[in-house]
Design a binder for this molecule. Structure first.
Ligand code: 5GP
Ligand code: ZN
Length: 136
C-alpha cells in the first residue's frame, strides 16, 4: 500500500536505498540522512499512513514495541547516555515528510542538541479550562 511520490514509501519498500538497521514485514528502521545525533534513526511502516491520526491501532502497538527493542539495542551498541523518541504530526509540529515515522534519537552527554520547549506559565484557572475542553 504505497503512495505515489512518497519518499518514505519508496524507502520502506526498497525502491530507494537506505542504511537499514532492521526490517520485518511491517516496518523498516533506517538511519536518518540529516541526523540530530550519531545513530539517529527512523521507524517507517511499510504501509503509507500520513501521520499518527491515520495509524491503525494494530500498527501503533507494534511501533512502540519495536521502538523499545531498537532503543535497547542502539543504547547497548552505541553507548549513548539517553534516548529520545520524537514523532511529529502536521507542519505546525515540524513534520516535513508526510508518511508516519518515529524518530529514534540516541543522546550523548554534551551532544549540543536541544529537543525542548520554552515552558509557558498558565494559571490554575487556565489549566482547569484546558482540562475541561479536552475531557468534557
Ligand atoms: P520530520 O520533520 O517529518 O519529523 O522528519 C523527517 C526526517 O526525515 C528528517 O529528520 C530528515 O532528515 C529525514 N529524511 C528526509 N528525507 C530523507 C531521506 O531521503 N532518507 C532518509 N534516510 N531520511 C530522510
Ligand atoms: Zn508513504
Amino acid at each position: 500500500m504505497g503512495e505515489k511520490d512518497c519518499i518514505f514509501c519508496k524507502i520502506a519498500n526498497g525502491e530507494i536505498p537506505s542504511k537499514t538497521l532492521y526490517e520485518d514485514e511491517d516496518f523498516k528502521v533506517i538511519l536518518d540522512v540529516g541526523p540530530a545525533t550519531r545513530g539517529h534513526a527512523l521507524i517507517l511502516p511499510k504501509n503509507h499512513y500520513a501521520n499518527l491520526y491515520e495509524l491503525p491501532d494494530k500498527e501503533a502497538v507494534k511501533v512502540m514495541l519495536l521502538a523499545k527493542k531498537m532503543a535497547a539495542l542502539m543504547t547497548e551498541k552505541l553507548g549513548c547516555d539517553g534516548f529520545n523518541l520524537v514523532q511529529n504530526n502536521g507542519k505546525a509540529a515540524g513534520q516535513t515528510v508526510f508518511h508516519f515515522h518515529l524518530h529514534l534519537i540516541p543522546r550523548y552527554k554534551e551532544d549540543g542538541q536541544t529537543l525542548g520547549w520554552k515552558p509557558l506559565e498558565p494559571t490554575q484557572e487556565e489549566l482547569e479550562d484546558i482540562k475541561k475542553i479536552i475531557t468534557e
